[in-house]
Design a protein around this ligand. Sequence first.
Ligand code: HEC
Length: 113
Amino acid sequence: MHRRALLLFLVLFAVAARAEGPDQGAQLARFGKWDIGIPPCDKCHGTDGRGIPPHFPALAGLPASYIIDALQAFRSDTRRSDPQGLMRRVAKGLSDEEFAAVARHYHVQKRAP
Ligand code: HEC
């Protein structure tokens, strides 16, 4: 019975993911939004968000809610810890929907060992 429920969940999840079209989060992470000058997140945060110490923190495996909160704080200038306003610039170019998609994307990436 449990397996059935799990299977049903997976099918529904796949259908929902498809309805959204190509994975918007992965798209942002790997290709950015060059049309408005936003580089791919992975360029600064490392492949699959594994981080490039000491200045570019890892995103892989972080709770999606943490990532969304951070992006909102950068966008509203509440968080100003980013050198040269790098993250504030990135966050100001993204919608709430894009925050959620990219947060989901990084949440499921594997953390660096
Ligand atoms: C031009 C380089 C650059 C790009 C591109 C970039 N970031 Fe960042 N990001 C940074 C830097 C530098 C910091 C560290 C800022 C700080 O300490 O406040 C940071 C911090 C963050 C944090 C906070 C992490 C923490 O541990 O609190 C999140 C979340 C984040 N970035 C998400 C993203 C996402 C999602 C994208 C793509 C849409 C992205 N970043 C693109 C440079 C970048």
